[in-house]
Write a protein that binds this ligand. Structure first.
Ligand code: COA
Ligand code: ZN
Length: 304
């Protein structure tokens, strides 16, 4: 059974929506603690407009300040050429280009339709050629759009095909506001894996309607081994109404480890980092295992 590859997105998807700015030194401490837990990749920040995402305006300082470990890929979200140039100047391992599957979310989030994003990506790919940086593209609203509703699978396949044709190395299908259900996920994952067997596909779920882990399981059963997840279940897109947290990393790792699926992650170490989040962000987090303990937790029998 293939080991899972987990991309930890709390420092980006998690912190981008927090009301309070998390100080740069705290972000660096969080990422350094996470990179010691066995995670495959960490999405450390985003190189977006500081007006659009003020919480991540310290992107350069964060990427230059963190410990770099051989086994842990550092990826960053990039919406345009300016963001790509900023990212490359910090020696990231991967850039994660973001675009929407739906026109309305594209305009709300990025002021670009998917067609316009694709045009810009062409120029970005010219600038990354020969750099050795892995270029991933994330397709937001791939399972439904909070403005338009249903996003037809044919639309998603068309965009995936175009992204691969212009030369991206990997694709993430994102359920930006938790609209996906397991049957839909299984079908979409099976289809993309069958049509593009050479492309690494990652799945990115939000737990907005309580279906995050069920969707991750459905994706895994369809053959997906790469997942985005966020420590403590933090997260959400500030430009998608009703957005809430990602599927929680430690809950995801706990589920798969309980099933005997290797995640490469030291769950106890991850839980210890998760326990520091409430102090960092100033509120409780939606993560469940950090509160309940792992399934092997035992309590003393009550006295009769
Ligand atoms: N990094 C830093 N600054 C940037 C930038 C980048 N990647 N891209 C644009 N800017 C700055 C420009 O310099 C300009 O600054 P100014 O007003 O001081 O002159 C301003 O942002 C507007 O630039 P423009 O090219 O007109 O962009 P825009 O206003 O159309 O915004 C995006 C487009 C993509 C840059 C912006 O919407 C964005 O950063 N969105 C991020 C969305 C996001 O991360 N959502 C959550 C994750 S899915
Ligand atoms: Zn997200």
């Amino acid at each position: 059974m293939a080991r899972l590859q987990i991309n930890e997105v709390a420092p980006r998807d998690g912190l981008q929506i927090e009301a309070a700015f998390v100080p740069t030194a705290d972000k660096i401490r969080l990422i350094d603690a996470l990179s010691a837990t066995g995670l495959a990749r960490i999405e450390a920040t985003s190189f977006t407009s500081p007006k659009a995402i003020p919480q991540l305006k310290d992107a350069e300082e964060v990427v230059r300040g963190i410990l770099r470990r051989e086994a842990v890929g550092i990826t960053v979200l990039v919406p345009n050429l300016r963001g790509c140039e900023r990212a490359l100047s910090c020696q990231v391992d991967e850039i994660n280009l973001v675009m929407s599957s739906s026109d309305s979310h594209g305009l709300a989030n990025l002021r670009m339709t998917p067609t316009e994003s694709l045009e810009r990506f062409r120029t970005i790919l010219e600038s990354t050629a020969g750099s050795g940086v892995f270029v991933n593209a994330s397709l937001s609203t791939a399972f439904g759009c909070p403005f338009e509703g249903e996003v037809p699978p044919a639309r998603v396949y068309e965009l995936v095909g175009k992204l691969i044709a212009i030369g991206v190395d990997g694709i993430t299908l994102c359920d930006t506001t938790g609209m996906a259900n397991p049957a839909q996920v299984e079908k979409l994952c099976k289809d993309v894996l069958a049509r593009w067997p050479g492309t690494p596909f990652t799945l990115h779920f939000h737990n907005t309607r309580g279906m995050g882990l069920a969707n991750a399981l459905a994706a895994w059963q369809a053959g997906i081994t790469r997942f985005d997840a966020s420590l403590g279940g933090l997260g959400g897109c500030p430009y998608a109404p009703g957005a809430t947290g990602n599927v929680c990393t430690e809950d995801l790792v706990h589920m798969f480890e309980q099933m005997g699926v290797d995640t490469g992650v030291d769950l106890d170490a991850l839980l210890a980092v998760s326990a520091t989040l409430p102090t960092l962000v100033g509120h409780d987090t939606p993560g469940q295992v950090v509160k309940a303990g792992k399934a092997d937790r035992r309590y003393p029998m009550p006295r009769f």
